[in-house]
Write a protein that binds this ligand. Structure first.
Ligand code: ZN
Length: 536
């Protein structure tokens, strides 16, 4: 529980009356202990890794609601705190599926898992036979004069794409144009049937051996196809970079050459391949139900209380999967027990600080299946879309070493970047933009579902400087624990860093909730267009 003492609280409230909103909140400090107590419950083996639609996630949700009731948070879902969502899960039946390449009538079968994975993120077609075209990064961005499809005939063909982007693209743009929705748009525009994506070896979070292990875990889509973003894709293959040379044989190009250019974010060539792909895809489908949880802290200002600062975090994780070192429960302590626990700390702390605007707390489901819960909420918001002034998302903020610097995703994009810079400064913490733009983190969590609807959003992590020991720890963590059973309660965490991070998030939230002016996208932000489209 949030560790407050009455004296600090009274001092805090008194100061709030005479000083700026930021001054008041920092009288109290989170100590990381209340946070860790919540993580211990949410990432317990009993929660079975909180897979979307699982009994384990339902138990974790019941626990969250119990805490919200204690804290006096009002329900703001459709059925109390719940916003139910109908999903369809998809799993590839590999015994009834196959993948092969052919050249001049000679067929080379591929080994599913070793050479490539048939992705179930899309509603894959039973049979695909089509020529292949190498489309570089697979990007078409007219305003930047980038067109990886220029001069290529791709209608009825499958695009081979190297994941990444040229250096002239900012992290935000790079992330945006590699999103599912943008890839789907490209297929619609060009009539291409789907894609084979080769992960950039320079920015792979997870080694292939572990990607391969998780391939038979079900993906999910919505039962309601009208909000599905995967578009017309009939096939989506993830190709092992180690097997990628097979794709380039006889083209005059090599995969090593492509990978070297991609590592340095240099422009890539694009050209037809001398190959066809032959895929047989057999999906096993099942109906699944899960829910977002939504609660609200009602604002104290009669005029501003009809506007909302959204705080979001995904509660779902990967559930039970292939065992690694004898452990099959993917507990998701950091991903995202950590952010879910932070929201519980905020639910206990923020009501006492009487924010002027209301605060909406959302624990979304289906994040690990492709941001499904947050996208559903954006399509079916339980408060008017225009009343949401900002989204502050927390996903896997990784307090695994001391907090010296805060990495902010979307730092230069909106006024929220200035707000968080000020909040961090009060804690003696400096901020930096994303040091790893190739990992696309700005679109890889739930803030993106808000950004697409024009709402300024931000996300952050306990940061590291390039070349520091912390960078090594971070990389080691991703390699060993990210989406592995070892992201559990036995890992070392830095409680002080977690507390400091929570102080910053709370102060940022209060600042946004109390500022008479709502945050805006910066005039030169790429993402401003989504707000303009909403007519704000
Ligand atoms: Zn995750």
């Amino acid at each position: 529980m949030f560790n407050h003492n009455l004296r600090n609280l009274i001092t805090g409230l008194a100061l709030a009356l005479v000083a700026t909103s930021l001054t008041a909140q920092t009288d109290q400090h989170f100590d990381g202990k209340s946070w860790w107590d919540y993580v211990k419950v949410l990432a317990d083996d009993n929660m079975e890794g909180r897979d979307t639609g699982s009994p384990g996630l339902a138990r974790a949700q019941a626990y969250v609601i119990e805490q919200l009731k204690k804290d006096g948070i009002q329900p703001a879902g459709e059925k109390g705190f719940y916003q139910p969502i109908k999903f369809v899960s998809r799993r590839m039946d590999e015994s009834q599926s196959s993948l092969a390449l052919s050249s001049n009538g000679k067929e080379t079968p591929l080994v599913l898992g070793d050479d490539a994975i048939l992705s179930t993120r899309i509603d894959a077609a039973p049979k695909v036979d089509a020529p292949l075209v190498f489309a570089g990064y697979g990007l078409r961005i007219p305003e930047m004069h980038i067109d990886d499809l220029a001069g290529l005939d791709v209608k009825g063909k499958v695009l081979v794409i190297f994941s990444g982007s040229p250096a002239e693209l900012s992290a935000a743009l790079s992330a945006h144009y590699q999103s599912t929705l943008q890839r789907a748009k490209l297929l619609k525009e060009t009539g291409a049937l789907g894609y084979i994506v080769i992960p950039n070896p320079a920015s792979m979070d997870i080694p292939w051996e572990r990607i391969k292990l998780s391939r038979l875990h079900p993906s999910m889509g919505y039962a309601d196809k009208s909000i599905d973003e995967s578009g017309p894709a009939q096939i989506s293959v993830v190709f092992n970079p180690a097997s990628a040379p097979k794709l380039f044989e006889g083209t005059g190009h090599t995969f090593d050459e492509i990978a070297a250019l991609g590592k340095d974010r240099k422009p890539l060539p694009h050209f037809p391949l001398n190959l066809e792909v032959h895929a047989k895809q057999t999906l096993i489908k099942q109906n699944v139900e899960s829910s977002n949880l939504i609660g609200k802290i009602v604002g104290s200002d009669p005029k501003l209380k009809n506007e909302y600062v959204v705080m979001s975090a995904h509660l779902d994780h990967l559930g039970i999967g292939e065992p690694i070192n004898g452990d099959k429960i993917y507990n998701g302590a950091m991903d995202n027990g950590s952010g879910s626990a932070l929201l519980l700390d905020m639910a206990a702390a923020i009501p006492k600080l009487k924010p002027k605007r209301s605060v909406l707390l959302i624990w979304v489901t289906g994040e690990e299946k492709g941001l499904l819960g947050s996208h559903y909420f954006a399509a079916h918001p339980t408060v008017p879309m225009k009343s949401m002034v900002a989204d502050i998302n927390t996903d896997m903020f990784l307090p695994i070493y001391p907090m010296k610097i805060l990495t902010v995703y979307g730092l230069a994009e909106s006024d929220l970047g200035d707000d968080v810079t000020a909040a961090a400064k009060k804690e003696g913490v400096t901020v930096q933009p994303d040091p790893e733009p190739l990992r696309n983190l700005f679109i890889r969590s739930d803030q993106y579902s808000f950004i697409k609807d024009g709402i300024p959003a931000i996300a952050m992590k306990v940061g590291f400087e390039k070349g520091s020991p912390e960078e090594k720890l971070n990389q080691q963590w991703l390699h060993d624990r990210y989406h592995a059973p070892s992201d559990d309660l036995s890992q070392p965490v830095d409680l002080q860093a977690a507390g400091k991070y929570e102080d910053i998030i709370r102060d940022l939230t209060l600042e946004v909730a109390n500022d008479a002016k709502r945050p805006e996208w910066k005039p030169d932000s790429f993402f401003r267009r989504f707000a303009d489209q909403q007519g704000k």
